[in-house]
Design a protein around this ligand. Structure first.
Ligand SMILES: Cc1ncc(COP(=O)(O)O)c(C=O)c1O
Length: 399
């Protein structure tokens, strides 16, 4: 089957967070895609709808098999079925882990810039955010293992929330780095919550390495959060999983998710996950090809038309991380919203400054082109004056 990513449904009304923007504004911010979900998934959901009963559901054996087969086939990782636990989302799982595996006022480390909601999960539960900045060498990001060790060696630090691949910089961490992070966590008794929600959006042919697959140390210290929602654009269906290889961590997380009431599926959650992993592979492969063409187009465009931006080379995610420091505009999201009608995510929410931007590439190419043209016009005619501070549509969970 061929898939059409050049056309997308109208999401403007009535309920898409991403599209709650002005009439002429183009939203390239929050991390969901403008594309329709795979026809194979829509068909499976239709069949589920036709069953016509939406009472309480259970997690069937086929759900465990779908996750296990996918990770074995796509990511060379054989998961123990005992270690998989259903939950309603990755953010709910992270917040639960923070709440139930640490105590108030303890430190939770994060590698910044990073997904903004990590800050919320930590702060909303009365824990301290301990920022460990990534090293940034002209747009090439790496973990500063010395700084990470200092952070984890503090006995007040009990958890690291890790992003693999990393939002927003799009980095796939290599095996040595993952092993080093695992070894530090083990040495200092820190739990690693590895958020792997972006793992299936990657450069064609490039795989990521699940943290828990690296070695026994990594497996033993970690709680992994996975889901079909990012790659298959199903976030609104609230379907995810936690994987714990260690029996004690598994027991704690199972209890924790349960008592936080985020361990039970809505009527479509199981069907959607199974359909994505069992029937969605061809669609996903085609999507990744399309997204990487979008990325290449954007990289070329910035090099030719907006060379003041440093574009981070990424191997995963549909996010483009841009360093616009050289433009000398303090608030780039406001600048582009006012001057170009393009809504982007500002770097400040990820722990950088608003001289950085995150641009979502997951839209039809014509829309991406139009947004880039508008941005180039704004840069090439308007960088002399400074934009006022206006933040994009406010939402508690926008990221
Ligand atoms: C790194 C990361 N984790 C989690 C989420 C959201 O997960 P969920 O919708 O399953 O709560 C996002 C969404 O953008 C994300 O980028």
């Amino acid at each position: 089957m061929t898939y059409d990513f050049d056309h997308a449904p109208n999401r403007r009304a009535p309920d898409a967070v991403k599209w709650a923007v002005g009439e002429n504004e183009l939203p390239l911010w929050i991390a969901d895609m403008d594309f329709a979900a795979a026809p194979e998934i829509r068909e499976a959901l239709g069949e589920r709808l036709d069953r016509a009963v939406f009472g309480y559901g259970d997690i069937p054996e086929s759900w465990y098999q779908a996750y296990r087969n996918w990770w074995a086939r796509r990511h060379a990782f054989s998961m123990d079925p005992e270690g998989l636990i259903f939950c309603t989302g990755v953010v709910p799982a992270i917040s639960t882990a923070v709440r139930k595996l640490t105590t108030p006022a303890e430190n939770v480390a994060i590698l910044t810039p990073v997904y903004n909601i990590f800050y919320n999960s930590i702060r909303n539960n009365g824990r301290n955010v301990l920022e460990v900045p990534l090293k940034n060498d002209g747009g090439a990001y790496a973990i500063d293992l010395d700084r990470l060790e200092t952070a984890l060696a503090d006995p007040q630090t009990r958890m690291l929330i890790f992003c693999n691949p990393h939002n927003p910089v799009g980095k796939i961490w290599d095996r040595e780095t993952l092993a080093a992070v695992g070894a530090l966590a083990k040495r200092y008794g820190v739990t690693v919550v590895s958020d792997e929600i972006h793992c299936d959006i990657a450069k064609p042919g490039r795989g990521y390495i699940p943290f828990a697959s690296v070695d026994e140390t990594c497996a033993g210290v970690s709680v992994t959060c996975i889901a079909p929602t990012k790659a298959f654009n199903l976030a609104g269906l609230q379907t995810a999983a936690v994987y714990c290889a260690d029996p004690l961590l598994r027991h704690k997380m199972r209890r924790a998710l349960n008592t936080d009431e985020v361990a039970e599926p809505n009527a479509f959650a199981v069907t959607a996950a199974e359909a994505a992993f069992n029937r969605g592979e061809a669609w996903l492969d085609a999507l990744n090809v399309y997204l990487w063409e979008n990325r290449a187009l954007a990289e070329r465009f910035f090099a030719e038309r907006m060379p003041a931006f440093t574009v981070t080379k990424a191997e995963a995610t549909y996010l483009l991380w841009l360093d616009g420091t050289a433009l000398g505009v303090e608030n780039l999201p406001a600048f582009f919203r006012e001057r170009a009608g393009v809504v982007l995510s500002g770097g400040r929410q990820y722990g950088a400054t608003n001289a950085f931007l995150r641009l979502n590439l997951a839209c039809p190419r014509s829309r991406l082109n139009e947004a880039l043209e508008r941005m180039a016009d704004a840069v090439n005619t308007g960088t002399a004056s400074r934009a006022a501070a206006v933040s994009p549509t406010k939402r508690a969970r926008s990221g």
